[in-house]
Design a protein around this ligand. Structure first.
Ligand code: HEC
Ligand code: HEC
Length: 470
């Protein structure tokens, strides 16, 4: 506790001398300590808010992190960024990749701790077909295919064949707002080619294509006050056809509140799973190589990353600061914010939540006191909602059906373009910009979509300006 108070004092000192953790590279935004006090609504995560809108905005620790904590943050950050190679690696701590994998580092899919633009095979991809997406596969009866496992591994080390390739074809259709202005949506059709072993026929396959999630407020998501989330789940808005649900998941033999992932299908930050399933780096929680039963992947190098290293990566994720909102007093943004409430977006994209007073623990038992008891503005309820069949796939996870998705947290969304270089949104990046993301909302989101669709062009633009300020 003593440490904590000292850190806050230091943070106050840094603020008072106008220091921020990282240079602000966009001209339109100027932060001053005064601005910070004058606009409390710009503080996304209390004193863990950071004041940078550069491409480092998702990759900067909060001001509470310094000294030994900063050393640990940097260690976790380096492990997160480290491209892995196949074992045995010359440099310690860089091996373990594959034999089957999807990305070669956490950063490869989470550029700048954000969302790498997906490049699917049919659209050129990179030379080796790296897609930066996860493709979950299972059979119609809910079982994983013994030859392939849970995720399609579209990359492999030298001498091993990838499990298959994900392909997409888009159908583009023009639609009209009520004022006559047009917009278009592209509907993806996915299929898998180049299966390394037996071909799984389309009619036997259930798949879900997922884009990486931005690492904005990871610690706060895990530390959130679960009673507050349950209270939100208990609310029903029949007049708008909105009612969210907790996705209760089973992990480590316990029934837990699902928070992370596009269907809130995990209770933790999936660090061990990321190393194992996405990169092929075995660890104590997942000691088996992915595809260990395939005849082509027989070598065994034992455990390839220590729990200490993974806990450092988890520490890094949990200590990232959350970027402040920008230009909150701009009249267009204020109007957009009013429209956000008018369209009832806030009933799912909940502006304000709190973290629990009881600190959460890292996998090595470290207590994360600095993120406990905070007021946060994640713009999500962390609940799953039925968003209609157009957005759905048939892939259910625990009590989230194929059509249900976790409300996407919107904090930091306005900086995705700067951090990751694109505005691909929704669970598979099918939306190419903010307007398309809204116009894909069906099911429980249909009321909001209709209100938006019937707004004047100025009001629609204001809504987008508001989203860009988050
Ligand atoms: C192949 C690309 C890829 C790689 C490599 C990858 N991820 Fe991810 N990550 C994803 C995708 C896709 C999702 C969303 C999937 C889902 O719905 O569960 C995701 C989700 C997450 C989430 C959940 C965020 C949230 O808001 O719920 C965290 C945390 C995360 N990844 C951390 C990591 C870490 C740590 C590593 C490295 C050990 C890593 N990822 C490696 C693609 C990747
Ligand atoms: C019924 C709950 C609900 C309502 C109401 C709702 N949303 Fe969403 N929103 C979601 C869910 C769930 C997703 C994720 C869908 C997916 O990934 O396919 C989402 C995704 C988004 C995204 C994409 C985020 C990203 O990172 O990819 C944006 C932008 C967005 N919503 C804005 C809005 C706006 C603006 C409104 C009001 C006009 C609104 N939403 C109303 C539930 C809702």
């Amino acid at each position: 506790m003593k440490n904590y108070i000292r850190l806050i004092t230091l943070c106050g000192f840094m603020m008072s001398v106008g220091l921020t953790s990282c240079d602000d590279q966009t001209e339109s935004v100027m932060y001053t300590p005064g601005n910070r006090v004058a606009n409390p609504e710009s503080l996304s995560a209390d004193e863990c808010t950071i004041f940078t809108s550069s491409n480092m905005a998702f990759d900067t620790p909060s001001d509470l992190i310094e000294g030994e904590l900063m050393d640990r943050f940097l260690r976790g950050d380096a492990l997160y960024d480290q491209p892995r190679v196949a074992s045995p690696a010359e440099l310690e701590g860089t091996g373990g990749l594959g034999p089957l994998y999807v990305g070669f580092s956490c950063t490869s899919c989470h550029t700048g701790s954000g969302r790498t633009k997906s490049t699917l095979h049919t659209h050129g991809g990179t030379g080796n077909g790296f897609s930066a997406q996860l493709v979950f596969i299972k059979s119609q009866n809910g079982q994983y295919f013994p030859e392939y496992g849970r995720v399609l591994h579209d990359q492999a080390i030298y001498g091993v064949q990838p499990e298959g390739r994900i392909n997409v074809e888009y159908t583009e259709k023009t639609h009209y707002f009520s004022d006559g202005e047009s917009y278009s949506l592209i509907t993806p059709k996915y299929w898998i080619s180049d299966w390394y072993a037996s071909v799984i026929p389309d009619e036997e396959l259930v798949m879900s294509v997922r884009t990486p999630l931005r690492h904005v407020g990871m610690g706060f998501m895990i530390a959130v006050d679960q009673n507050e989330i349950m209270a939100l789940a208990a609310k029903e808005y029949p007049e708008y056809n909105i009612s969210g649900e907790v996705n209760w998941v089973y992990e480590r033999g316990m029934r837990l509140m699902g928070l992370s992932g596009h269907k809130a299908q995990h209770a933790d930050l999936t660090v061990e799973l990321g190393f194992s399933s996405d990169m092929g780096v075995t660890n104590t929680r997942y000691p088996d190589e992915v595809g260990k039963d395939q005849s082509q992947t027989t070598q065994d190098f034992g455990i390839e990353i220590s729990t200490q290293d993974m806990a450092d990566v988890e520490f890094y994720l949990m200590t990232l600061g959350v970027p402040a909102r920008r230009n909150v007093k701009d009249p267009e943004i204020v109007r957009g914010e009013e429209n956000f409430y008018r369209a009832k977006c806030n009933l799912c994209h909940t502006p304000t939540l709190h973290t629990s007073p009881t600190p959460v623990q890292l996998m090595d038992g470290t207590e994360m006191t600095h993120i406990a008891n905070k007021t946060i503005h994640p713009y999500t309820d962390y609940l799953v909602h039925d968003m209609g069949p157009e957005l759905g796939d048939d892939y259910d996870q625990y009590n989230a059906t194929g059509d249900e998705w976790r409300t996407a947290p919107l904090w930091g969304i306005g900086l995705q373009k700067i951090v990751s270089g694109h505005t691909g949104f929704l669970h598979d990046q099918r939306a190419r910009n903010y307007v398309e993301a809204i116009m894909w909302h069906g099911g429980e989101g249909a009321y909001s979509r209709e209100v938006f669709s019937n707004m004047s062009k100025e009001d629609r633009n204001a809504m987008v300006a508001f989203l860009k300020s988050l």
